[in-house]
Design a protein around this ligand. Structure first.
Ligand SMILES: Cc1cc2nc3c(=O)[nH]c(=O)nc-3n(C[C@H](O)[C@H](O)[C@H](O)COP(=O)(O)O)c2cc1C
Length: 196
């Protein structure tokens, strides 16, 4: 597979089975995150890896967090989250070590973490693994974040579910980049994607 084939064939999946990346594979995969553009070299990316017997304890923290931030959540949603966080082959909590006082704006720090996460998703795909980035209201729960090691001003950016794809990837229809691209000739542009 060429590098372009690899990039163009990636798709998120939560249909994951064992194995998850080995420790040495994970180190290589996470190394790609450290190639993300990083204004000021702040290195804001942080990763907490949860595997094996530690997953049920994480699942309980997730359920406790839902009780705080989504008290109206139906039982089925709570049980789905409990099951997913207990059984995914590997979970990586994405943390953002933010420096609000720094001259580099927070949004740039956050985008750096996101760029790193995208590299991780591509590296997973390139090495025969797969994953999906999930979030939800609980990423705003400071108690859950602190439980994972992300005390404010650090915060959670979500979780990556990681493993080996269980079956072919279901790729959503991808957008035509022409609709999202315009050439500027001295006047404000419009985009095909925004036309009725
Ligand atoms: C920050 C962030 C949070 C996300 N949270 C969720 C989520 O909680 N649940 C979900 O189904 N998809 C979520 N997504 C979208 C999936 O990660 C994924 O992009 C989507 O399923 C489309 O698949 P694709 O990556 O193959 O295009 C999130 C994406 C991002 C960037």
């Amino acid at each position: 597979m060429t590098p372009m084939d690899m990039l163009l064939s990636r798709a998120s999946t939560d249909r994951l089975k064992d194995p998850a990346p080995s420790p040495s594979q994970l180190t290589q995969i996470l190394s790609t995150a450290m190639r993300a553009p990083d204004h000021g070299r702040l290195q804001p990316w942080r990763y907490v890896v949860i595997e094996g017997d530690d997953r049920p304890a994480l699942a309980e923290r997730i359920v406790a967090s839902m009780a705080r931030v989504e008290p109206e959540a139906p039982a089925a949603k709570i049980e789905k989250r409990r099951s997913r966080f207990s059984t995914m082959p590997m979970i990586i909590a994405l943390g953002m070590h933010l420096r609000p006082e720094h001259k580099i704006p927070l949004w740039e720090q956050e985008m750096c973490v996101a760029a790193g996460a995208m590299n991780i998703l591509n590296a997973l795909h390139a090495t025969g693994f797969g994953g999906v980035w999930v979030s939800g209201a609980l990423v705003d729960d400071a108690i859950l974040a602190a439980d994972l090691g992300f005390a404010a001003p650090a915060r959670l950016a979500g979780f990556l579910f990681v493993g080996t794809p269980d079956g072919p990837l279901h790729t959503p229809k991808r957008a035509d980049p022409e609709l999202f691209t315009a050439r500027w000739h001295g006047h404000p542009v419009t985009f095909g994607a925004d036309k009725d």
